[in-house]
Design a protein. Sequence first.
Length: 218
Amino acid sequence: MPQLRRLIPTTFAAALTCAALAPAAADAQLVAVNPQSSVLVVGDSLAVGLRPYLQRQLGTDVAWDAKSGRTTPQGLLALRAALKIVQPTTVVVSLGTNDGSSPVRFQDRIDRMLSAIGSKRCVVWTNIYRPARKGPYAPLNSVLSAEASRVTRLHLVDWLSAVSSRAVTLPDGLHPNTEGFEYRSQLIADAVKDDCGVGTIGSETAQSDATGGVASPA
């Protein structure tokens, strides 16, 4: 399995250090393969567990900023800091699981994330499943689905269906086991390839102009 390379040019290392010290990036955990990484992942613990798999499945460099317990507003701060360093064509978002249950508030957070990402980047966002103790999540998924129907560059990965169909196991009711994380990662990789046209190192195709939608488990 390929490992993320940590050797980066001196100027890029300096930029990374400055970003790490900035107040807006205080919550950031950026690990970048190189400044030209095609894909940036921003997320919570459900993104942390993807790191052993996604780069191999995509066959292209991936930059990561993922931290357990992160909410969407915290992810927005991390996203803004990361985009000062890397310029991906695709952003993978794994956020919302740690947010409250207000669809109005979540809608505003999605809009701010999409605005920060920019209109020319493809976005892949996993929908939400969480145990009852963390609050209702159906209203959040409804907002995500409506947004994907409206915004052509936003594509959803149907994690909820993967859980509901028992394609994955969640030992603690929220996080999958090793096989489940690999399965989640493959769903995301398929969406990035199919909907955003990113896949093989050195050979990116044009981003899809298809209407945004939901990528479901096969």
